[in-house]
Design a protein. Structure first.
Length: 164
């Protein structure tokens, strides 16, 4: 009887969708671990718009996702992708689809967005780089709000459709 009352009371409460946003800061806040863990959870798609990438744990996670059949697409800034320490070339050699491009207004492609299975979005100032992990003051937001993720995905698609 008590169980029935508890279930009844739980069902009677209105469900209010609450956007879930978590914040991490670097250095020392686990931004790179969060990115790698979210990538490791990807099952179908991983879309990345990134200014610069050279953090080994994140690069390995992207390559592993590609290898296990996740559709990975990367939009990267042209200038930053060409820097010797960048790992964009490593992704390209592994046949990960990469579009190198300038920013929309011919500036830099300065987004830092990761969209996992269109269920989780990561965004903020955090680049997937060693300095962003160890030295810089950065923020990474983990977003589970559907509307916000769709907006991030829409921007990614706009960039992806542009000719690199």
């Amino acid at each position: 009887m008590v169980l029935a009352l508890a279930v009844s009371a739980a069902v009677a409460q209105p469900a209010v969708p609450v956007p879930v946003i978590e914040s991490r800061f670097s250095p020392g806040g686990g931004c790179e671990r969060e990115v790698a863990q979210q990538i490791d959870r990807a099952r179908t798609t991983l879309d990345i718009a990134i200014y610069c990438l050279n953090e080994p744990t994140i690069t390995r996670a992207i390559l592993a996702a590609h290898k296990r059949g996740v559709r990975v697409r990367v939009v990267a800034d042209t200038t930053e992708a060409a820097i010797k320490s960048a790992t964009i070339g490593e992704l390209e050699r592994a046949k990960v689809p990469v579009h190198r491009q300038r920013g929309t207004g011919n500036g830099v492609m300065h987004l830092k967005v990761w969209i996992i299975d269109r269920k989780v979005g990561l965004a903020g100032s955090f680049n997937g780089t060693v300095p962003a992990t160890c030295r810089n003051d950065e923020v990474l937001m983990t977003i589970r709000d559907h509307d916000t993720i769709e907006k991030l995905a829409g921007k990614f698609e706009q960039l992806w459709r542009r000719q690199p």
